[in-house]
Design a protein around this ligand. Structure first.
Ligand code: CAO
Length: 438
């Protein structure tokens, strides 16, 4: 008669009443010593319970969702002969023994197995497992075997199963992606990013899938690249544009005569050029080696334009040589072409610094992403009238029009002190409109 081995949950440390999250064998399966039988999971860790001997799975006494503790009967194993195949002799206390495989869990200390026939008692397993806090990939043995077969590194795969468990599908998708797109991080890349975890949002409610536009896909790639490659810092400041605004409004008639819309943006562009001339590092790019700065002696400014198809940044050339009305006219025409999707690659290249104005929409500050290979970008938010004490002796505040500035810069090239000097100069220029119109 075949000997029977009743496999019990071994000593699993402080864990009690732990959920079975996976049954890894079925009746009739042949298992070897240490093959995993079930996976249990507490709030802190999951662990696989290994077979104490080789045999054939008879009855399975637990199901997914059951809760188990030390001593719970989980599986009955049958063996054609009474000696477990591949099991160490019970008399050999030094031989390796099967142990639960914890993931980020305290190590269990023993594996009690109750015998109803002549199977030898396995010796208590030694304490094993990773240091508490370390996390091994969360996957069952079949998936591990599958990944091994394909040469896929489980540590690089995000699981979509319950509690992030890696499934066979995840391994397959990982391999497919690797074959289609090469390695996750191409040569020269500075950062290895985990593939995004996939979610089935439909599980939570109704959804609609909307493809991104070509522009959105392209800008997602370049924004992500800039964000990763350039260490960003944003310097915030405020400019008093009371006089500038009064001047702008005074030019309304003239603007209408010329058929242009003179907004604060044209003034900002001129002010930025003044600051760029004084702080040339802001009008520069790092060369390919990353060890030299290429200073540009031209002043072509990118302007972020919001279009129905996504964000584009056309470049207005030679801002230093153009007057306010000429800039306003060019801004109007280029943003119209952007919204009509009529920009050419030439319109989008050659910038040395960019401005992103959300002033017409709202907000008090934001952190714009640098339009690399440029090294800085100026974000502009909505101006607001605020009470300001103009001098130290002023008893009463006076209402002033304040424009919020957000300058993001590449910290590899620009230091915080440079950035503070740049915005201080910029607000100085903006606060005295003569700097811009003379
Ligand atoms: N504070 C308050 N009002 C402002 C302002 C500011 N800082 N800047 C502009 N305005 C006003 C304008 O004077 C204009 O007022 P009127 O309608 O009364 O004349 C109104 O806001 C709309 O201005 P505008 O947006 O048409 O013109 P603009 O020159 O300021 O900007 C453009 C042009 C193309 C930059 C802008 O339309 C745009 O697309 N902005 C979005 C840029 C963007 O998406 N940036 C985010 C990039 S990061 O994702």
């Amino acid at each position: 008669m075949a000997a029977e081995t009743q496999v019990l949950i071994p000593d699993i440390g402080d864990f009690e009443d732990v959920e079975v999250i996976e049954v890894l064998v079925a009746p009739g399966d042949r298992v070897e010593l240490e093959d995993s039988l079930i996976t249990i999971e507490s709030e802190k860790a999951s662990m696989e319970i290994p077979s104490p001997c080789a045999g054939v799975v008879g009855e399975i006494k637990v199901a997914v969702g059951d809760r188990v503790s030390e001593g719970t009967l989980i599986v009955v194993l049958q063996s054609a002969d009474s000696a477990p195949v591949g099991a160490p002799a019970a008399a050999d206390p030094g031989a390796p023994q099967p142990q639960p495989q914890p993931r980020a869990a305290p190590a269990p200390s023993a594996a009690p197995v109750e015998r109803t026939a002549a199977a030898p008692a396995p010796a208590p397993p030694a304490a094993v497992g990773p240091e508490p806090g370390s996390a091994l990939p969360h996957a069952g043995p079949a998936v591990r075997r599958f990944a091994r077969l394909l040469g896929a590194d489980l540590a690089k795969i995000s699981g979509t199963g319950p509690k992030g468990r890696i499934l066979k599908d995840d391994v397959q998708n990982f391999v497919k992606r690797a074959l289609a797109g090469g390695p996750a991080a191409p040569p020269g890349s500075v950062l290895q990013v985990e593939p995004a975890r996939r979610f089935n949002f439909e599980k939570f409610g109704a959804i609609e899938v909307q493809p991104l536009s070509k522009i959105q896909r392209a800008s997602a790639r370049s924004l992500h690249r800039s964000w990763v490659v350039a260490p960003h810092v944003t310097q915030f400041d405020e400019a008093d544009i009371t006089e500038l605004e009064a001047y702008r409004v005074s030019q309304k008639l003239e603007s209408e005569k010329r058929g242009v819309k003179l907004t604060a943006l044209a003034f900002l562009m001129k002010a930025v050029v003044v600051a760029l001339k004084e702080y040339p590092k802001f009008c520069a790019s790092l060369d390919d080696s990353g060890e030299n700065l290429i200073l540009k002696r031209y002043y072509h400014l990118g302007v972020a334009v919001d279009t129905p198809n996504g964000l584009v940044v056309p470049v207005i050339r030679e801002v230093d040589r153009k007057g306010l009305f000429e800039l306003a006219e060019e801004l109007g025409s280029v943003s119209q072409r952007a919204r009509d999707a009529k920009l050419t690659p030439a319109d989008l290249s050659g910038g040395c610094f960019s401005i992103s104005s959300l002033g017409g929409i709202g907000g008090t500050a934001f952190t714009p992403i640098i339009n690399t290979p440029e090294v800085a970008i100026l974000g502009v938010s909505r101006h607001a009238r605020r009470p300001v004490y103009l001098g130290p002796d002023d008893a009463q505040p006076v209402p002033r029009l304040i424009l919020p500035l957000s300058l993001s810069y590449d910290h590899r090239v620009i230091d915080g002190a440079d950035a503070a000097r740049f915005t201080t100069r910029l607000k100085g220029v903006l606060s005295d409109v003569r700097n811009l119109v003379l």
